[in-house]
Design a protein around this ligand. Structure first.
Ligand SMILES: Cc1cc2nc3c(=O)[nH]c(=O)nc-3n(C[C@H](O)[C@H](O)[C@H](O)COP(=O)(O)OP(=O)(O)OC[C@H]3O[C@@H](n4cnc5c(N)ncnc54)[C@H](O)[C@@H]3O)c2cc1C
Ligand code: SF4
Ligand code: SF4
Length: 448
């Protein structure tokens, strides 16, 4: 029997669960596949409905979690096998080599500056805007703030062809360690929480919107990085085609969502709020920016959401147009875009000329979710999100006793709901450990 709890996914949901359980005295293993915890929220600029700086409110939680005496944060790690049952799971976790000694690295960044590939590799943390080196720190506020060497690009690790190995000379701490190997660690856990979050829909195949073809059509996650002060443009919104500031921006809702062709017929529920926030931010930066949101229906169900949309209209002059555009075309000279749409309120095909289009893309399950479901033996729903045994009365419980699901891996949701579910799953897991740790087992279904 173990009263340790293993959490898979170090986004805001997993972090909340880890903090709650750590504070209750449980030993927590927080398994995160990326080199930093923080998840999607760490990359956002501001968050609706408060418009707080996202990383400013998340970073203290990331740091508290990492330094918590009861929480072991395992980055670059993934669960590869689960055996046993509630109260006594045996979990195998593969920890990928960082090629940097976590204990020695101070996060000074010298290796990243001196790496011979500095400025040559597209920076995935900035959605491909901007570049990084083969030795890099994912983003400024990464936790842990430790460098990592990317084995696919590093000339030494991939081809044994980096004669200078400047990263090694640059590191005064002797932290670079090319001898590191992947290791598999076995962990005993009484309960497991799955909080692997979301990814975004790739609009490349939607030819009618010209994503990937027209430089000034971007998606909502790219927009988050472009308007972010710690992003690749220092927070200056610029068009990809000419570096000019866009003065007219159209946001197209439900791209890949509420769409049977994309395989994601569900509503993402919070993208209307995200687009409103994006438009507010553009206006906050320059109040001569004209923002148009082309929507299917406005979904503003949460506390303060309707008021937020009202403020968008009244204080930020956002124009909401009820329409699903059929096509976007480009002026080849100016690279401006024409959005062709059927205005479903006034009727008739219309054309809107803008400098930039932002596609509000669907929230979809992250890659590897099905494989993880199979390792854990838990069910998924018709859209490939994790499935609870009862959405209404037991929304965090899975078909496997002792394994709980929380956050955006169960359905698209905002930060508030992800934090609430993280706290709820922490309570469910703590209860399971208590119940299964008892000598005489509790009645089946107790505590549900
Ligand atoms: C463009 C955009 C804008 C948004 N704006 C807002 C906003 O303004 N306000 C708001 O409230 N919400 C906003 N959201 C939603 C918000 O990002 C989510 O609600 C929140 O991130 C969900 O937290 P989470 O922890 O459930 O998932 P995530 O943040 O996705 O974190 C999941 C974590 O799990 C890790 N992981 C995944 N698979 C594995 C695995 N197999 N093993 C180990 N680790 C794994 C991931 O690397 C990640 O760190 C926005 C989302 C997007 C895409
Ligand atoms: S590996 Fe060395 S040079 Fe690179 S960030 Fe860490 S301490 Fe600095
Ligand atoms: S070995 Fe060469 S390519 Fe690899 S991280 Fe060091 S300097 Fe960069």
């Amino acid at each position: 029997m173990s009263d340790s709890i293993l959490i898979i996914g170090g986004g805001v949901c997993g972090i909340q669960a880890a903090l709650d359980l750590g504070d209750k005295g449980h030993h927590v293993y927080l398994v995160e596949k990326e080199p930093s915890i923080g998840g999607r929220m760490a990359l956002l600029d501001k968050v609706f409905p408060t418009n707080d700086c996202s990383i400013c409110i998340l970073a203290p939680k990331m740091i508290t979690c990492f330094n918590h005496p009861n929480v072991d944060v395992l980055t670059c790690s993934e669960v590869v096998e689960v055996k046993g049952k509630a109260g006594a799971f045996k979990v195998k976790v593969r920890r990928r080599a960082r090629y940097v000694d976590e204990e020695k690295c101070t996060g000074c960044g010298s290796c990243t500056e001196e790496c011979v590939l500095a400025g040559k590799i597209p920076d995935e943390w900035n959605q491909g805007f901007g570049t990084r080196a083969a030795a890099y720190i994912p983003f400024m506020q990464a936790v842990p703030r430790v460098a990592i060497i990317d084995p696919e690009n590093c000339l030494h690790l991939s081809k044994d062809r980096c004669k200078k190995k400047k990263c090694v000379d640059a590191c005064q701490r002797g932290a670079i360690d090319f001898e590191q190997k992947d290791v598999v660690q076995t962990i005993d856990a009484g309960a497991i929480i799955v909080a692997t979050g979301l990814t975004i829909y790739d609009p490349t195949g939607d030819t009618e919107y010209g994503y990937g073809k027209f430089e000034n059509v971007i998606h909502s996650m790219e927009y988050e990085r472009l308007i972010n002060a710690s992003g690749p443009t220092g927070g200056h919104l610029k068009r990809r085609s000419d570096g000019e500031r866009p003065k007219r921006i159209a946001y197209i809702q439900c791209v890949g969502a509420r769409d049977v062709r994309s395989g994601h017929p569900y509503c993402c529920s919070v993208c209307c709020m995200c687009a409103t926030k994006d438009a507010m931010l553009a206006y906050m930066h320059h109040d001569d920016t004209k923002n148009y949101i082309l929507y299917t229906d406005i979904r503003a169900f949460g506390r303060g959401f309707d008021e937020y949309i009202k403020r968008g209209k009244e204080e930020y002059c956002i124009e909401y147009i009820r329409a699903r555009p059929g096509e976007i075309t480009e002026d080849h000279e100016t690279k401006n875009l024409y959005v062709w749409y059927d205005d479903t309120e006034s009727a008739g095909i219309k054309k809107l000329e803008v400098d930039m289009v932002v596609l509000s893309v669907a929230f979809v399950p992250p890659p590897g979710l099905k494989e993880l479901a199979s390792i854990l033996g838990i069910n998924i729903d018709e859209y490939d999100f994790f499935k609870a045994i009862d959405d209404m009365l037991s929304p965090l419980d899975t078909n496997v006793p002792g394994i709980y699901i929380a956050g955006a891996c169960t359905r698209p949701m905002d930060v508030t709901d992800a934090v609430t579910q993280g706290g709820g799953a922490a309570d469910r897991a703590a209860l399971a450990v208590k119940e299964h740790g008892r000598k005489s087992p509790a009645k089946a279904g107790a505590g549900r």
